[in-house]
Structure formats: structure tokens, C-alpha cells
Design a protein around this ligand. Structure first.
Ligand code: UDP
Length: 397
């Protein structure tokens, strides 16, 4: 079976943690690698940046990353929509030259869905979509977000027209069903995996020493920095921690550190008198993150909304408990952990968050490898790949 994955606005090789690249890239790399290892052929299409050069690279066994050139040059994410049909034509041209035939299209994010819709009509194959986030959910969850009506309307059309919608967590499926009034069989839940070879405990004290944080309590947060991630709540909570607690809040991600939303977070930290204790590290290479998770005493996930929340899996895989909002996979994951590897905070009051963070710093629960293995067993890319192929086979005419 040969699959066309579409990831139009962001390349799975882009640096995660910037404005437009995050969990979706981790997802595409993890899932496609597992599919390739199981013998399926995956071609991952992303939009070329107008170099005139149709880049093809081998990502892993049976997995190619292809950047067909639609001749329109570099385009910001917000400008891509009108060019979706032209990009679809460039993908189809590539397919003809390459003499390949695809059995399914799997679109990631609504812009890819708009490209996938054109190809679906041409190729007459099932079209699956994963939204990664929903415009309506972002707007409803967080007043700082302002996703355009165009996106919201297109997501609704795509949810109805696609053969199958894939969500990564039950909570996301429930939202999709409620928003788009689909029948439950139309939406499948395939949880994300986590690379346990990369994300494993490295020894907290040694990791702290390596990062120059020895002897301090380390509170870690990681992700694209945008309002929906709720990092302001983390900073407000940190401002309530007792002065004698020698802590550092390390925030990874964010790309350009002069962006207004990052400047606003820095201003909040300064106003609360903790500017010297909050360290914005910018994007940290994915492969270097395990060191940060390992050094941390707690990872905080204060998001207003997550469609999954890979950071929670990565943190727990490194032996560090997560304190998070009940978003994405967190309720399922944390409730299964029996209050050992993670804690939910249901309100958005900084006092509640400060209290939970302080409790984890003061009274860390013992963590065992077997406990982590058991908790994370359902989250692996090989299972995600076989769930997907099982569903695809049923979709075939
Ligand atoms: N990430 C990274 N470096 C950074 C910030 C984030 O590699 O500096 C990765 C992180 O490891 C995770 C992904 O980006 O795999 C974020 O995924 P998540 O599901 O938490 O959030 P999303 O980006 O999908 O909203």
C-alpha cells in the first residue's frame, strides 16, 4: 500500500517549537517511520519554498519527503489557501512523472485538507484528515486566539466530505462530533506515540548539572509560544511560589523571542519580580529535549486547549511528572497514572497551579521504569501505524 501524506504549510523536518511547527511534525515523523518499517510506502508532500528544485529526500525506510514546486515561491501560512489547487496540481504532476499510484490520501491540518480534496476527486481514493487543532476549539478555549472564519468553515466542510477523520484523543473526537454532527464511526481515535529510545530518564541531578541548574528546583514548559498554550498562567503561578524556593522556570520553544506574545510573558515575569527566575531558552532541538525533561522536577502544561499534548508523554517518558490542564490526552493519561506521574488542575486560578507545583516539588512521588512502561504502553508509533492501516483497509472499495 502506498500512502500520500500531505503536510502543506509545515515540513516535518522543520524545527518544532516555532510559530507553525510543533506536535504535527513529531507526529508525521513518528507515524510515517513506523508505517515504513512495517513495509508501507509513504510519500510525504510539503510545499516547496520556490527554489525551483523539486526536493525529494528519503526520511526513513520506505518514507520519502517530497516538495513539488508549484511555481508560486515562498508563501506565509496565512497566504497559502488560494494556491491549494495549484499545489495539488504540482503534487499530481509529480505523481505522473514518478509513475506512482496512491491508495489513500492522509491530510494534516485544514490547509492540507484543501489540497487533499482536489487530489481525492482526481485520484478517486479515500481521503483521511487529521486537523491537529480545530479553529473553533482554539477560539472558544482562549480569548487571545482569533482563527479566521474561513478555517472554521473549511474544517466543517472537510469533516463532512472526508472518508474518515482521525483524532488523537477521545476529547478531540468528542469536539469533532459535537461541532460537525458526524456519526461516531466517521471519527477514529489513534493516539500518538512517543519515541522511548529518545525520551528516557537521564538522571535528574546529572541533567541539572549539565544545564547549570544544580541545586535548584526546575519547572519546565515546552511548546510553540502562542496564547492557547497558556504560559501566562504558569508565570503567574510561579510568581506565587515562596521566595525561599530556589526555582527556575525554563520555557522552551517560541522561535523569534521578540514576538509580542513572548514580550508580554517577559513583562509579566518582570512585574511579578521573577524575571531573573524565568528563562526563555527559545527552540530546543527535539533530540536535546530529553536532557531538559530529565533535569526538570515538573513539567507544566497550562494549555487552554490541546488536541493531544505530546509534551505530557515526553515528560513522563523521561521520568518527570506533568502538572496540566484537563486538555487533550491528559485526563486519560493522568487518570490512568493513579496520581503518580501527573496531576490535573481543573481551574485556571494561579493559586491552584502554584499549590500543585509546590506540592510536586516538596513531595515528589517515586517513579519506576516499570510504572512508566505500563502507563505509556498504549502510546507507541507501531500501534498507531497498525491502527491506521486497519482502518484504511476497511475504507477500501
Ligand atoms: N518541541 C521541540 N522543541 C521545542 C519546542 C517543542 O522539539 O523547542 C516539540 C515537542 O518535543 C513536541 C512538539 O514540539 O514533540 C509539541 O507538541 P505538542 O503536542 O505538545 O503541541 P503542539 O505543537 O502540537 O500544539
Amino acid at each position: 500500500m502506498r500512502m500520500a501524506f500531505l503536510s502543506i504549510h509545515s515540513s516535518p523536518l522543520g524545527k518544532a517549537g516555532g510559530k507553525n511547527t510543533g506536535g504535527m511534525s513529531t507526529y508525521l515523523r513518528g507515524l510515517s517511520e513506523a508505517l515504513g518499517a512495517a513495509g508501507y510506502k509513504v510519500d510525504l508532500f510539503t510545499r516547496a519554498v520556490g527554489t525551483g528544485d523539486e526536493g525529494i529526500s528519503q526520511l526513513s525506510e520506505n518514507v520519502r519527503l517530497i516538495a513539488p514546486d508549484d511555481g508560486n515561491g515562498p508563501l506565509a501560512k496565512g497566504d497559502i489557501y488560494p494556491y491549494c489547487p495549484e499545489f495539488a496540481a504540482a503534487v499530481d504532476q509529480f505523481r505522473l512523472r514518478d509513475r506512482s499510484r496512491y491508495d489513500i490520501i492522509f491530510s494534516h491540518y485544514w490547509l492540507s485538507g484543501c489540497v487533499g480534496r482536489v487530489l481525492e476527486a482526481k485520484w478517486q481514493v479515500p481521503h483521511l484528515i487529521m486537523f491537529h487543532t480545530l479553529g473553533r476549539a482554539k477560539n472558544e478555549a482562549c480569548s487571545g486566539e482569533n482563527e479566521p472564519y474561513l478555517r472554521i468553515a473549511e474544517e466543517e466542510k472537510l469533516a463532512r466530505s472526508c472518508s474518515l477523520v482521525v483524532a488523537a484523543a477521545q476529547q478531540e473526537k468528542d469536539k469533532i462530533l459535537a461541532y460537525f454532527k458526524l456519526s461516531p464511526e466517521k471519527v477514529a481515535v489513534i493516539p500518538c506515540g512517543v519515541d522511548r529510545n529518545l525520551f528516557r530518564p537521564r538522571g535528574r541531578q546529572r541533567a541539572k548539572e549539565q544545564l547549570g541548574l544544580a541545586g535548584r528546583s526546575v519547572i519546565f514548559a515546552v511548546g510553540r509560544i502562542e496564547p492557547v498554550k497558556g504560559f501566562d498562567l504558569l508565570i503567574e503561578a510561579a510568581g506565587l511560589l515562596p521566595e525561599e524556593e530556589d526555582f527556575r522556570v525554563i520555557i522552551a520553544g517560541g522561535g523569534d523571542q521578540s514576538r509580542p506574545c513572548i514580550a508580554a510573558l517577559k513583562k509579566t515575569a518582570a512585574t511579578l519580580g521573577i524575571a531573573g527566575r524565568v528563562d526563555f531558552r527559545g527552540i530546543i532541538e527535539h533530540r536535546d529535549l530529553p536532557l531538559y525533561y530529565s533535569a526538570a522536577d515538573v513539567t507544566v502544561i497550562p494549555s487552554h486547549y490541546e488536541s493531544f499534548g505530546l509534551v505530557a508523554l515526553e515528560s513522563i517518558a523521561c521520568g518527570t511528572p506533568a502538572v496540566g490542564a484537563p486538555v487533550g490526552i491528559l485526563p486519560e493519561l493522568i487518570n490512568r497514572s493513579g496520581g503518580r506521574y501527573g496531576y490535573l488542575v481543573y481551574d485556571r486560578d494561579p493559586v491552584s497551579w502554584a499549590a500543585k507545583i509546590r506540592e510536586v516539588l516538596l513531595y515528589p512521588e517515586p517513579i519506576s521504569k516499570s510504572g512508566i512502561d505500563k502507563l505509556l504502553a498504549p502510546y507507541n508509533w507501531a500501534d498507531a501505524a497498525s491502527s491506521l492501516t486497519g482502518l484504511v483497509v476497511k475504507l477500501k472499495p
